[in-house]
Design a protein around this ligand. Structure first.
Ligand code: FMN
Length: 154
């Protein structure tokens, strides 16, 4: 039996929906990443803060407690695309936690940016010595179900 975890970050709920769809089919454990300093309410306001963090390569502190990761084979990593990249909170996640026993399956959400465009920033955040296997941009339940089935996750 493989054991898997989903770690996701979501402000307006799209990545949350994607994460919960993966959970529905894989019965993974699931964690929502929350920053220590909450983003302001309202798309215009949090977009400004988020974009500034991307420009500054900011350190975004994490509020959420991360469990012992050694117990998991696969960890799904879910993120909204910000400025073509992985939001800075993930740089903190990978800096502060040891994922060397895990295989990461990233999934992005975005208005239009393809998943592949975000991979460079993801790899930079993850660092060396951690396996990234596959991944996809979320585009609905059927696609998630097919991805999981085609890759033997369900
Ligand atoms: C700060 C910020 C930057 C964004 N940059 C991009 C981008 O470069 N490309 C894109 O297609 N969408 C971009 N978006 C849109 C989000 O990726 C998209 O709406 C995502 O699905 C939101 O996920 P959420 O509902 O889980 O927060 C951006 C949104 C924000 C707030």
């Amino acid at each position: 039996m493989t054991k898997s975890l989903i770690i996701y970050f979501s402000l307006s709920g799209t990545t949350k929906t994607a994460a919960e769809t993966i959970q529905k089919y894989t019965h993974s454990d699931i964690i929502r990443l929350e920053p220590k300093t909450p983003y302001p309410a309202g798309y215009d306001k949090y977009s400004k803060v988020g974009m500034q963090q991307m420009r500054d390569k900011a350190d975004v502190a994490i509020q959420t407690e991360i469990p012992d990761l050694h117990q998991y084979d696969y960890i799904f990593i879910g993120y909204p695309t910000w400025d073509g990249q992985v939001p800075r909170i993930f740089n903190t996640l990978f800096k502060e936690n040891d994922f060397s026993d895990n295989r990461l399956v990233p999934f992005s959400t975005s208005v239009s940016t393809p998943f592949e465009d975000t991979l460079g920033s993801l790899k930079a955040a993850v660092g060396d010595g951690v396996a990234i296997v596959g991944g996809f941009r979320y585009s609905g339940e059927t696609q998630v179900r097919d991805y999981l089935k085609n890759n033997n996750f369900k």
